[in-house]
Design a protein around this ligand. Structure first.
Ligand code: HEM
Length: 413
């Protein structure tokens, strides 16, 4: 493993983010709570340290939206955002006890029981998408399955027509790019336009659902009450919708695509799955562990404190690197290797833990299980198409996802 000079390391650079695994291991070995030189940011890479931090919201707050939504220095960008709605803290960036008020509103919608009831619909979407290219022998799998599957599922739940897929994808990409903090100025302007367009679209939909309620998430958010009987404000409702939309498709897309590449690179593991489909739920956990589509998240120290013997001053930011924790050898032996029957695969932290444990974990697991089961059942002899796969990832400090995925395959008779 090539070692880097930690005093010179630019952790969030696109180069490091493209291939971060040796850096994660070096940090775990040499500086598991590592202060980025010249900043008040600490990168935390060991499983148990991350666990301690995310399970202690009083000491480590999630109120980091100022960091996520840090205004651009570009006046054009600021002027565009002024035409939209302000960002308010609801789920991801809200702390207990207030967090619970918003979380309770959406917990029911994403309950295990309700997700179980969606299995048939998700299976029908997967089969319908695969039907479109099953006779072609080659497919742009990213855009013909991995992207549309979660978007159709979430569009149905939100009550948005599936014909709006391109819009939903565009809005979701803009939010992701904004969170990722690596966009250039031209991209920041486009992101701002897209996000404001998203806000106005859903603000209108909220009004319509208040006039004529329907059975979908937007209608629930539009009409359920909090704080002794008041409706959500538009910024509150929009903030929640945006999080469900973004968290709900980008990450699942990335997990399906990354999972297929892992199975192409690990043919023996793929053969085990084909021979024994009962292993698919464990294989999905192993894919989530190795891919960790949400590579990391922020926390803010609310007091002078310490982690693993390292002093953390009040106000410091911590980057809890789930992707590194998921490759901690002390928890997952041979951590870099894919084992579809790994006994403790589901101890991974790809969905976080504690207060902010992923709202959509059960939905994502179900989508992944169905996508993998159906692909393995209906297609065989997968291979990456030469010349069409960069195997590069979108530049983003929080989310990790492939830019392209073209595979060839045989249809199973
Ligand atoms: C493979 C897919 C997914 C991954 C890897 C993932 C990952 C995560 C992680 C790591 C967190 C915790 C962040 C923290 O601790 O600060 C989280 C929270 C969240 N996720 Fe997911 N997620 C996925 C799918 C989904 C889906 C399908 C939805 C919704 C439909 C969703 C909605 C959310 C929301 C709303 C939160 C914030 C919860 C809160 O703060 O109470 N996610 N997700």
């Amino acid at each position: 493993m090539s070692r880097v000079d930690l005093a010179e390391l630019d952790f969030f650079s696109p180069e490091v983010q493209e291939c971060p695994f040796s850096v994660y291991q070096q940090l775990q070995d040499e500086a598991p709570v590592w202060q980025m030189p010249g900043t008040n940011v600490f990168v935390v890479t060991r499983y148990n340290d991350i666990r301690e931090i995310i399970r202690d919201p009083a000491r480590f707050s999630s109120s980091f939206s100022a960091l996520l939504n840090a205004g651009s220095s570009n006046e054009d960008v600021t002027a565009i955002y002024e035409q939209g709605y302000e960002m308010v803290e609801t789920l991801l960036t809200q702390d207990p006890p207030r967090h619970r008020v918003y979380r309770n509103l959406v917990n029911k919608v994403f309950s295990n029981k309700r997700i179980e009831g969606m299995r048939g619909d998700i299976q029908a979407i997967a089969d319908q998408l695969i039907d479109e290219w099953i006779d072609d022998g080659e497919v742009d799998l990213l855009n013909r399955l991995c992207v549309p599957l979660p978007i159709y599922v979430i569009a149905d739940q939100l009550g948005v027509p599936r014909s709006e897929l391109a819009l939903l994808k565009k809005w979701s990409d803009a939010s992701t790019s904004r969170l990722g903090r690596l966009a250039d100025e031209e991209q920041q302007i486009q992101n701002a336009k897209d996000i404001v367009e998203f806000q106005h679209y859903f603000a209108d939909l909220i009004d319509r659902m208040r006039d004529q309620p329907e059975d979908n998430i937007i209608s629930d958010l539009a009409n359920n009450t909090i704080d002794e009987g008041r409706l959500l404000t538009k910024p509150e409702a929009l903030g929640m919708i945006q999080q469900i939309l973004v968290a709900g498709n980008e990450t699942s897309t990335n997990a399906i695509a990354g999972g297929v590449v892992l199975l192409i690179e690990n043919l023996e593991e793929q053969a085990k799955l084909r021979a024994n489909p009962d292993l698919i739920p464990t294989a999905v956990e192993e894919i989530l562990r190795l891919e960790t589509p949400t590579s990391g998240m922020w926390r803010r120290a609310t007091e002078d404190t310490e982690i693993d013997g390292v002093a953390i001053p009040e106000g410091s930011f911590l980057m809890v690197r789930f992707a590194a924790g998921n490759r901690d050898e002390s928890v997952f032996p041979c951590a870099g290797a894919m084992q579809v029957d790994r006994e403790n695969a589901d101890n991974h932290m790809a969905f976080g833990q504690g207060t902010h444990f992923c709202l959509g974990a059960q939905l994502a697991r179900t989508e992944l299980q169905i996508a993998m089961t159906t692909l393995l059942r209906r297609t065989d002899n997968w291979a990456l198409v030469e010349g069409k796969n960069s195997l590069k990832h979108h530049p983003n400090v929080l989310l990790r996802g492939l830019m392209d995925l073209h595979i060839s395959f045989d249809k199973v008779a």
